[in-house]
Every structure is written in C-alpha cells, then in structure tokens.
Design a protein around this ligand. Structure first.
Ligand code: NAD
Length: 488
C-alpha cells in the first residue's frame, strides 16, 4: 500500500475497498489551504450496506466468540500500522495540521502502541465468573456471569486527534467481540481511510467486521444513531452533537457512549511555583493550536499575584509562534479549517466586547496569510462568567481568572457545564490531593503528572460525556453482562 500516492481514498464495506455512491469530496491541508486530494463520499445507501455487513458479521460468524482470532487480527493490524507509520505520519501532518512532534505521541504512535493493551486485555480477560451455588427463594442454583460483546457498534469521531480516537474505539470494540462501522469527521477522511486500506490488505479481519465510511454529509453519521441494526453508538465530538446522538439513539434504546467537550481549569494554589505553573499552562493551551478536548483553558491563579501570572503566561505564549506543522520544533500549528478559525476569532472578539484585554496574541499572525492560523492568546481582565470562560473555544486561547483561596479555586473549576479534566499545582502534594478530590472531572493532573496512557480510563463528568475510553473501563464499555442461573 502506498498511502501517500492514494489521492482518492475509498470506503471499506464488507471487506472490500469501494468508491462512494456520492462521488468524492476534497480533503484540505489546513497549513497551506491546498487540496491534498479526495475521499470517497458515502451516501445513506452506502451506510446502510455497511451496517448490514456489520450486522451479518456479528450474527452469522464466530467473530464475537473466537477470542484467539480477534487477538491475532488486532496484532496484525498493529503490525501493519507500524510498518506504514511514516506514510501515516505524512497524512496526519498534512490532513490534520498536527505538529510533527505530536505524531510520536497521541497523534499517531501512542494509539498504535495502545492496540497491544486491547489485544492483551482480550487474552487475559475473565470472560466468565463463577459466583458459586446459593439458594435464592429456596432453589439451589449455580450462578455465573458471562461477558459478551454488545453487537454492532457505530463509531462517530472528530478531526482533532483522528488516530487516537478512531483506534481507541476500533481496538476495544474488536477486542470485546463487536463489529464496527466507523464514520470519521469530514475534515480528516484520509486518516481513517488509510486504516481501512491496511485492514483490507494486511489483516485477516473477516469481511464486515470493520467498515469505514467517509462522507461529507453529517447526516450519514446520524444514521448510525437511528438504525435499529446498530446496538451501540460510541461518539466523540462536541456536546451539542452528542446531545443529538443521544436523542436519536433513544428511539431504539441504544447504548450510547459519549466523549464530549470540555472547559477545564488549571488551578495554581498560593504555595505553587507561579511562573513555572503559568508557563506550563500556556504551553499546554498552545499545543496543536488548542484543539484538544482536555486542554486546561482556564488558568485560575491567586488574586494577589494575578498580574504576575498573566505576564508569565504571556511570555510563554508569545514565544510559541504558530508554525509549519512539518517542522520538528512546531508546537502550535493551524486550526483545522477557515470555519474553525473564524469561530475562534469570534470568541476573541467577544472577550474584548466584555471588557477583557489580550496580554499577547488576539488574532491571525501577521506573517502568515495562508493557512488557518491564530496566534496563541492570553486573555486577562475577565472572570468565570465571561463567554470565553464558559464555552469551549477549541483554539490556542487561555483565559486567566483570579481566585481567593483553595475553596474559591475549586468553586471556579466546578462552575462549568463541563467536567472533563483539570490540573492542580501546589508545593504541598496533600493539599493538591484534597483540591483534586473536590474537582468534578474525569482526569486530574497534579504538578505536571500525565494521565494519558493505555491503561488509564479517560472521560468526563457532567456534560463532558458518559462512560470511559481506554483502560479496562474503556474495554468493558463494549460488553454486556449475562447472568446465568442453573438449578442444581
Ligand atoms: P462535531 O461534534 O462537530 O463532530 C464530531 C463528529 O460527529 C463528526 O464525525 C461529524 O460528522 C459527526 N456529526 C455531526 N453531526 C452529527 C449528528 N447529528 N449525528 C451524528 N454524527 C454527527 O465535533 P468536531 O468539531 O469534529 O470536534 C470537536 C469537538 O470534539 C470538541 O467539542 C471537542 O471537545 C470534542 N472532542 C472530545 C473528546 C473527548 O474525548 N471528550 C476528544 C476529542 C474531541
């Protein structure tokens, strides 16, 4: 397979690489605005065929019960991805605008490595549990639990970390015995289509077990939430779309697993190294142009040292000029599209309208007139009620908010519709732990700790989602439990 030479990607339906019935649509390099090539544009009929194939593969083959086959196929997929890692890297940098540096981590190599965790978990998992003999209602009974695959999984994914999110759904869903139809974001079709090609050409994954359906039409993805042949929808994207996926799934009482947006807080307690903490916060908020759901975009600092904190954050962000994602030193690349860049600019304008100030940044970089770039921006002078403090911006934007002590910092962190992630910095680890325990979020970083790894579950409280991705919890999302009672 030569991924890069493939200027017209295809769908994977029922084990075959096929054209889209809707023709094709363009995929664009966000750093240059050049059209990279085209992807197959699926219609509702194509999606119907993909769902049918996944249904048949689940109902009529032994995929869901043959753990050895699944483990072998997952290891083959991982080997094929590794063998083609350099082509995949070029696609990822070109199509996503992901800085090259991040492709050795969560943008590519991290999720490929993590497929081992899925295969290992399937191999060692306790699929059956003996609960022993008891006499409920006076009837002597041997009880056991069997874990079984949910069935056909519809996976719908966003563009910001396509391999991370596509593989964190494909891996555990297959390991658990499901079949899957993946509908990636229209902005990054090639990242998903390349995985489809590798599956078709380099693995024994049976026809229909994985189907990859690229489409320019969001409505084609919505069919997954509505179709009665789909048992579960695993969705990552915005909270607004997640709400509509949940509503669509309600008609057939689908299992719905949601990884949604965030507005996470970085709490600097009054005993912390303020300059180091603020600098790390600014660095994190600039990475991949801020297009990460768990990025801490509210920097919450002691009121007495507010100006100093703004200055430290601005000094770091001012040094992180938006750059060519091809360059090894770039941290902040482009936003995914002109639409997204304009949306971020709208938020920056709202900060000024509400009385805020830019300590650095505030718009498009003067030295880049092509590409969807925005300068890393520090907003000062606003509180937690401002629009930029409440809504997810998904750009390289950090809002600095003052707190009046630990209780107030926790109050501000939790005063959000979201609950995805958070950070606490303190010289006293016990104090940081007490604050972390009060944060209503799914992941917490204390003093720079990293929660991203294959065996750590990731997900959100409140409107940041339902369920957990990765780790054992992420694998078990794709399982049902059957309780079996035998009279003895
Ligand atoms: P989005 O919600 O616009 O789109 C996500 C996916 O949903 C795309 O594939 C899109 O085609 C599809 N879609 C759109 N409308 C649909 C509908 N009505 N029914 C079914 N599918 C539909 O999100 P985006 O702009 O692509 O990505 C950015 C968002 O994703 C941010 O809000 C970010 O926080 C979130 N995100 C969350 C996580 C997480 O793990 N919590 C990870 C990454 C991104």
């Amino acid at each position: 397979m030569t991924v890069l030479a493939n200027r017209e990607s295809q769908l994977l339906i029922d084990g075959k690489l096929v054209a889209g019935s809707g023709g094709s649509f363009e995929t664009v390099n966000p750093a240059t605005e050049e059209v990279l090539g085209v992807a197959a544009d699926a219609t509702a009929d194509d999606m119907g065929r993909a769902i049918e194939a996944a249904r048949r593969a689940f109902d009529e083959t032994d995929w869901s019960t043959d753990t050895d086959l699944r483990v072998r196929c997952l290891r083959q997929l991982q080997a094929a991805l590794k063998e083609h890692i350099e082509e995949l890297r070029e696609i990822t940098i070109g199509e996503v605008g992901a800085p090259r540096m991040l492709t050795s981590a969560a943008q590519l190599e991290g999720p490929v490595d993590d497929l081992s965790f899925c295969a290992d978990t399937a191999e060692s998992y306790e699929w059956n549990t003996d609960l022993g003999v008891a006499s409920p209602m006076g009837i002597k009974t041997r009880r056991r639990l069997a874990r079984e695959a949910v069935g056909v999984v519809g996976a719908i994914t966003p563009w910001n970390f396509p391999h991370q999110i596509n593989l964190a759904k494909i891996g555990p869903a297959l390991a658990a015995g499901n079949t899957i139809v993946l509908k990636p974001a229209p902005d990054t079709p090639w990242c998903a289509a390349a995985v489809g090609e590798l599956i078709a050409e380099h693995t024994d994954i049976p026809p229909g077990v994985v189907n990859i359906v690229t489409s320019s039409d969001h409505g084609v993805g919505a069919l997954l939430s509505k179709d009665p042949r789909v048992d579960m929808v695993s969705f990552t994207g915005s909270t607004a779309t997640g709400r509509s996926v949940m509503a669509d799934g309600a008609a057939t009482i689908k299992k719905v697993f949601l990884e949604l947006g965030g507005k996470s807080a970085f709490l600097v307690l009054d005993d912390a190294d303020l300059a180091a903490a603020c600098s790390m916060s600014a660095f994190t908020a600039s990475m991949h142009a801020g297009q990460g759901c768990a990025i801490t975009t509210r920097l919450v600092v002691p009121r007495a040292r507010y100006d100093e904190a703004v200055e430290a954050a601005a000094a770091t962000m001012g040094g992180l000029k938006p750059g060519d994602p091809q360059d090894a030193g770039t941290i902040c690349g482009p936003l995914i599209s002109a639409r997204q860049r304009d949306r971020v600019q709208g938020y920056l304008d709202s900060a000024i309208d509400e009385g805020g100030k830019f300590a650095v940044g505030g718009g498009r970089p003067a030295d880049r007139d092509t590409g969807f770039f925005i300068e890393p921006t520090v907003i000062a002078g606003l509180d937690n009620d401002a629009k930029v403090s409440r809504e997810e911006i998904f750009g390289p934007v950090l809002t600095v908010i003052a707190h009046d002590g630990d209780d107030d910092a926790v109050r501000i962190a939790n005063d959000s519709a979201y609950g995805l992630s958070g950070t606490v910095f303190s010289a006293d680890e016990e104090r940081a732990n007490r604050v972390a325990a009060r944060m209503r979020v799914g992941t917490v970083n204390i003093n720079g700790g990293v929660w991203y790894s294959a065996d750590m579950p990731f997900g959100g409280y409140k409107q940041s989602g339902l369920g957990r991705e990765m780790g054992l919890a992420g694998f078990e999302e794709y399982l049902e439990i059957k309780a079996i009672a035998t009279a003895v």
